[in-house]
Design a protein around this ligand. Structure first.
Ligand code: NAD
Length: 488
């Protein structure tokens, strides 16, 4: 049985009250690990250690040393990629193929930020000859990083790489449902010769996250998760006006016009919605199809859905695993029933798949609800499971209006062969990412984040590093002379 501990001030340790939590397999609800469950008191120790490290030797590191550190972490991720991918699949239920892809993306993230950090230089400003005026980027300080259960180590990497690269110290709190890969990652960090307190792991639930958000000794909190927790973190952060980054949920339209390549659009509609059983913040779960091809499109999806291989993520032929927890399972089934009650037509799924192997664990059939209207709850709220809701639209203007009529603004996709229309839609959709004739690709070089209620700030890209820095104007007068403004 895997057992995990906290990592505080360079030491592995148990929580002060020796708390533990059983970690369950989403595939069969069996106990796969026992994780340390921290409380606020442990979080305070970690914050204090991070504070001491930031105010101490860590401030003296150079950009070259920090770039080297990030490259070294990438090497260790590559070395342990197979082990990490197995842990991620075991804990989240996602297929091994998906987890292997995640590990490649995680190493790429560390390498990208290593390159960016190494290229950082302050700017020298135009000033009188006896003055040195520089714009400096400095680390923010102690960073509290809070991550969700759907992409545990990937979301952590998007925060840890820029935070350490910019010279901050870190206290990370993964979701208490999925701490295993972040724990293994911390073992990799512990192999490195970092000053104690630079990197701290505190596994636990909402109260640990709340302590990071509230603490006056934390300078920045970066959170990925749902709107409910995001709101409370934003409020808590006002205590010392700490910097905040919020990556929240989405309700992401996947808009198919009649002139699209329909073979590709049908295929990608499945990928958009059922990748990682739909537990992707940018999942294209809100399918919108132009009236003239709507019935044919639904028919083609209905043919494909029963052929999707559901199963244990460790089996090679599996394309979709279970959802992550009993709570998610129940919530998704509730949303499907609410949709049917509001008048949506259940085309496929909406239940646990048949068969003994699916009796335990949190399994769901890929689900298609057709004839959904923009007013229905299932068209407005994030479902976060393997469910496509399909709406019909009659014009470009109607599609645009309905797609933008959501509090969220994370990602959207448009399918058309008309480049002019593709460009018009890309510009008019109020979402942080808009794909045309594709779904899901993202790069470390491109910013990730949402408009409106999908969050505040961006991760990845240069801005993803800048968010972990403060800007300073340093002005040095080399030859001061009395001004006489107030007389001699
Ligand atoms: P969640 O909000 O329940 O939990 C996220 C993290 O916050 C966990 O570590 C949790 O323990 C902690 N937490 C919960 N309540 C807290 C509080 N009051 N104060 C401080 N911390 C608290 O989210 P989840 O269910 O783990 O993840 C699913 C959500 O994450 C979905 O809404 C999804 O869209 C979103 N998400 C967004 C992105 C993105 O990039 N925008 C990426 C992945 C997931």
């Amino acid at each position: 049985m895997i057992q995990t501990q906290l990592y505080i001030d360079g030491q592995w340790q148990s929580p002060i009250d020796n708390g533990t939590r059983d970690i369950l397999s989403p595939a069969d609800a069996s106990v796969i690990a026992q994780a340390a469950e921290a409380t606020r008191a442990d979080a305070r120790l970690a914050i204090a250690a991070a504070r001491r490290a930031f105010d101490g030797p860590w401030r003296q590191t150079t950009i070259r040393e920090r770039a080297k550190l990030l490259n070294k972490i990438a090497e260790l991720i590559d070395r342990d990629a197979e082990k990490l991918a197995h842990l991620e699949s075991l804990n989240t239920g996602k297929t091994l193929t998906e987890s292997r892809t995640d590990m490649g993306d995680i190493a790429a993230t560390f390498r990208y930020f290593a390159g960016l950090v190494a290229s950082e230089a302050g700017a020298v400003n135009e000033a009188p000859h006896h003055v040195i005026s520089r714009t400096l980027r400095e680390p923010v300080g102690v960073c509290g990083l809070i991550t969700p259960w759907n992409y545990p180590l990937l979301q952590a990497a998007w925060k840890i790489a820029p935070a350490l690269g910019a010279g901050n110290t870190v206290v990370i709190k993964p979701s208490n449902l999925t701490p295993l890969t972040t724990h293994h990652f911390t073992q990799l960090v512990a192999e490195l010769d970092l000053p104690p307190g630079v990197f701290n792991l505190v596994t636990g639930g909402a109260e640990v996250g709340a302590e990071l958000a509230e603490s006056l000794d934390v300078d920045l909190v970066s959170f990925t998760g749902g709107a409910f927790a995001g709101e409370s973190i934003m409020k808590a952060a006002t205590g010392n006006f700490k910097r905040i980054g919020l990556e929240l949920g989405g309700k992401n339209p996947n808009i198919v016009f009649a002139d699209a390549d329909l073979d590709a659009a049908v295929d990608y509609a499945l990928n958009a919605a059922f990748f990682h059983a739909g537990q992707v913040c940018s999942a294209g779960s809100r399918l919108m199809v132009e009236d003239s091809i709507y019935d044919a499109f639904i028919g083609r999806l209905a043919e494909r859905l029963p052929r999707i291989v559901i199963g244990n993520g460790f089996h090679g032929e599996t394309r979709m695993g279970p959802v992550q927890s009993a709570q998610q399972h129940e919530k998704i089934l509730g949303m499907v029933q609410a949709g049917i009650a509001e008048g949506a037509r259940l085309v496929h799924g909406g239940k646990r798949p048949p068969g003994d192997v699916f009796k335990q664990g949190y399994w769901l059939e890929p689900t298609l609800l057709a004839d959904v209207t923009a007013q229905m709850k299932i068209a407005k709220e994030e479902i976060f499971g393997p469910v496509i809701t399909a709406e019909r639209f009659r014009s470009e203007a109607e599609a645009l209006r309905a797609a933008n009529d959501t509090p969220y603004g994370l990602a959207a996709a448009v399918w058309t062969r008309d480049l002019d229309k593709a460009n018009r839609m890309s510009r008019a959709l109020r979402f942080g990412t808009v794909w045309v004739n594709d779904y899901h690709p993202y790069f470390p070089e491109a910013p990730w984040g949402g408009y409106k209620a999908s969050g505040i700030g961006r991760e990845l890209a240069r801005i993803g590093l800048d968010e972990y820095t403060e800007l300073k104007h340093s002005y040095i007068n080399l030859a001061p002379k009395a001004m006489g403004w107030f007389g001699a």
